[in-house]
Design a protein around this ligand. Structure first.
Ligand SMILES: CC(C)(COP(=O)(O)OP(=O)(O)OC[C@H]1O[C@@H](n2cnc3c(N)ncnc32)[C@H](O)[C@@H]1OP(=O)(O)O)[C@@H](O)C(=O)NCCC(=O)NCCS
Length: 154
């Protein structure tokens, strides 16, 4: 049995995290996976950020955000935490880092989409101050609908 360290840290992801990022992507989502090529692009892009939550055993979670020049709305594209690490505040810490970085870039709002049936993620976002402001029909590859959420970063 693997014993979890009580501590973890949040940092920007590197190329050396690619294999672990892809493994987490596959285990956390059934559709809409980010590919190896997409991760490599996002890791090099000036308008994307890939965040990693790590402990002594490796990658615990990740978040991907997009920023558009001339637009003060940042987008949380993806967030996931490994099953073994859920319920420890990892997603909360990733979102705190994402929000801090978005503020530093001058973003006033952070937006995201979430599957309407994803109760855990909806609870997370609402707990952290996001509010629902719209929806997108057939947003996901499997045809599922999404709620749109937004948080003001002031
Ligand atoms: C959603 C997800 C990212 C939450 O990660 P996590 O690290 O376990 O979440 P945290 O421990 O930081 O939880 C923070 C808050 O979110 C809420 N929350 C998280 N998981 C929850 C669950 N399963 N049920 C209800 N509320 C939940 C709680 O309010 C929690 O605060 P609390 O523990 O003080 O009550 C994780 O379950 C996951 O990776 N799911 C699969 C991928 C996914 O659905 N990503 C979101 C796509 S939009």
């Amino acid at each position: 049995m693997t014993t979890l360290s009580p501590d973890f840290s949040i940092r920007r992801a590197h190329d050396s995290d690619l294999a672990a990022l892809l493994a987490l992507e596959r285990s956390a989502f059934t559709t809409d996976h980010l590919s190896h090529r997409q991760y490599r692009q996002h890791l090099r892009s000036a308008t994307a950020e890939v965040w990693a939550a790590v402990d002594a055993d490796g990658l615990l979670g990740k978040a991907v955000t997009f920023h558009r020049r001339g637009n003060d709305i940042a987008r949380l594209y993806s967030i996931a935490v490994a099953e073994r690490a859920r319920g420890r505040g990892v997603a909360k810490a990733l979102l705190a880092a994402v929000e801090r970085a978005a503020r530093l870039r001058g973003n006033a709002r952070l937006r995201l989409e979430v599957r309407k049936d994803n109760t855990a993620a909806i609870a997370l976002y609402e707990r952290l101050g996001f509010h629902r402001f719209g929806e997108k029909t057939a947003f996901y590859e499997d045809g599922a609908d999404a709620w749109r959420y937004e948080k003001h970063l002031d």
